[in-house]
Design a protein around this ligand. Structure first.
Ligand code: ADP
Ligand code: MG
Length: 385
C-alpha cells in the first residue's frame, strides 16, 4: 500500500525521524493557514500524489511570500501532474503539503527495502541525492552504497559508521544521522514496510540532518496487523477497478492488453497470461478469483472485467478443485444474464464436476466457445481478438 508524503512524514515524526514543519492542505485557504502557522517564508508547496518526480513535473514550488504561496496553491491544486512515474495520463492533484522552506547545504539519498536475494533489509545511500538519482543509479552505480542488515542482529554501529563515512556526513551531524538511520529501521520493521525512501535527505547549513521528502510503501499482505494504518489508504490514487475487485477479495491487476482473463489460482493465472502471449494475444488483466470462489465472486469478477473498455474478448480458464466447475458455471451464467456480454468468451474448464459445469453452460443459451485444453483456449482467444 502506498501512502502520501504528508502521511509518511507523520509516521516519521512518531519515530523521531526529523522532518520539516508542515501540514496537509486541501484548498488555497487551508494552504495559507498552514503557511501562517509556519511563521516565515519561504514555504514550499508540494503536490501530494502517489508518484515521485513531482519537482521536475512542476509539482513542488518554493513560495517567497504569502501572495506567492496562494498563487502556487491555486496553480497546483487541480492540475494534472505528469511525472516520469505517473505515465502520460498524469494524476489529478487534490491535496498539498505546505512546509517550511529549508536552507539546503547538501542533498543526499537514503532508502531501505527488502532484498529478496539475501532475505535482508538493504540500506541504500548516496552522496548524489536529489532529483537525478535515477541517472546516478544507471550511470554511476558505484556511487550507491549498500548495507545489508541482519534481521537477528539489527543495524550494527560499524554499519552506521560506514554509511556516515560513505555519505561524508560532517562530524557535528554524525550522531544525529546515526540516530535517524536507527529510527528509520525501527519504523521499517514495525510497520512491515516494503520500501522507505528519503530523497533528498538534507544536510542544512548548520549541520542538521532532515528528511525533506518521504516515501513509504507498506506490504499489503501485512495490513491485517496494521489497522491503524488503514486510514492512510487513499482510494483516489488507486485504479477504480482494482478497488472494486478488492471489495470482493479478488486478486485483480489491470494490464495493457485486450484479453480479459478469469482464472482460479495465481499460478494458473500466470500460466494463462504466458500462453495467450505465446498465441499472439495480450492480457488486459490478471484476475484470480481464488481457490474457493463462490458464484457471486465469479459474477463480480466478470462484471469488473467487463467494466474495462479495452477488453475485447474474455478467456475463462478454470481448474475445478475446491471451486467446483458447476458452481463456477452458475456464476458465469448469472453474470452474463445481468451484464449482457457482447464480446467473444472462450471457456476452458477441467476438474471436479466438469460435466455438470459444461451442461450448465451449454443449456444457458449463451454464446460461449469452449476449449478442450489451455493451448486450444489460447489459440481460440487469439483468433477471436
Ligand atoms: P519529488 O521527489 O517528487 O521531486 P521532493 O520532495 O524530493 O519531490 O522535492 C523536490 C525538490 O524540491 C527537492 O529535491 C528539494 O530540492 C526541493 N524541496 C522539497 N522540499 C523542500 C523544502 N521543504 N525546502 C526546500 N526545498 C525543498
Ligand atoms: Mg524526492
Amino acid at each position: 500500500m502506498k501512502i502520501h508524503e504528508y502521511q509518511a512524514k507523520e509516521l516519521f515524526r512518531k519515530y523521531d525521524v526529523p522532518v520539516p514543519q508542515g501540514q496537509v492542505a486541501f484548498s488555497r485557504e487551508e494552504a495559507l493557514n498552514v503557511a501562517d502557522l509556519l511563521g516565515g517564508y519561504p514555504v514550499v508547496v508540494k503536490a501530494q500524489i502517489h508518484a515521485g518526480g513531482r519537482g521536475k513535473g512542476g509539482g513542488v514550488k518554493l513560495a517567497p511570500s504569502r501572495q506567492e504561496a496562494g498563487n502556487i496553491a491555486d496553480e497546483i491544486l487541480g492540475m494534472t501532474l505528469v511525472t516520469h512515474q505517473t505515465g502520460p495520463e498524469g494524476r489529478l492533484v487534490q491535496k498539498l503539503l505546505v512546509e517550511a522552506g529549508q536552507d539546503i547545504a547538501k542533498e543526499l539519498y537514503l532508502s531501505m527495502l527488502v532484498d529478496r536475494e539475501t532475505a535482508k533489509v538493504v540500506i541504500m545511500a548516496s552522496r548524489e541525492g536529489g532529483m537525478d538519482i535515477e541517472e546516478v543509479a544507471a550511470n554511476t552505480p558505484e556511487k550507491i552504497i549498500k548495507i545489508y542488515v541482519d534481521p537477528l542482529m539489527g543495524i550494527q554501529n560499524y554499519q552506521l559508521g560506514e554509511l556516515g563515512f560513505g555519505l561524508a556526513i560532517p562530524k557535528p551531524a554524525r550522531k544525529q544521522f546515526a540516530g535517524l538511520v536507527r529510527q528509520l529501521y525501527t519504523l521499517f520493521v514495525a510497520n512491515d514496510c516494503s520500501l522507505v525512501e528519503i530523497n533528498p535527505l538534507i544536510l542544512t547549513a548548520d549541520d542538521q540532518v532532515l528528511a525533506l521528502d518521504a516515501k513509504v510503501d507498506i506490504d499489503s499482505n501485512a495490513m491485517f496487523r496494521h489497522k491503524d494504518l488503514l486510514e492512510y489508504r487513499d482510494l483516489d490514487e488507486e485504479d477504480p477497478q482494482e478497488v472494486e475487485a478488492s471489495k470482493f477479495n479478488l486478486n485483480y491487476v489491470n494490464l495493457d492488453g485486450n484479453v480479459g482473463n478469469i482464472v482460479n489460482g495465481a499460478g494458473l493465472a500466470m500460466a494463462t497470461m504466458d500462453i495467450i502471449k505465446l498465441a499472439g494475444a495480450e492480457p488486459a488483466n490478471f484476475m484470480d478469483v481464488g481457490g474457493g470462489a463462490s458464484a457471486d465472486q465469479v459474477e463480480n469478477a466478470l462484471r469488473i472485467i467487463l467494466m474495462d473498455e479495452k477488453v475485447k474478448a474474455v478467456l475463462i480458464n478454470i481448474f475445478g478443485g475446491i471451486l467446483r466447475c458447476d458452481i463456477f458455471a452458475e456464476g458465469v451464467v448469472q453474470a452474463a444474464k445481468k451484464t449482457g456480454i457482447n464480446i467473444p468468451v472462450v471457456v476452458r474448464m477441467e476438474g471436479t464436476n466438469v460435466d455438470e459445469g459444461k451442461k450448465i453452460l451449454a443449456d444457458s443459451g449463451l454464446d460461449l466457445t469452449s476449449a478442450v485444453d489451455l493451448k486450444d483456449a489460447a489459440a481460440k482467444i487469439a483468433a477471436a481478438i
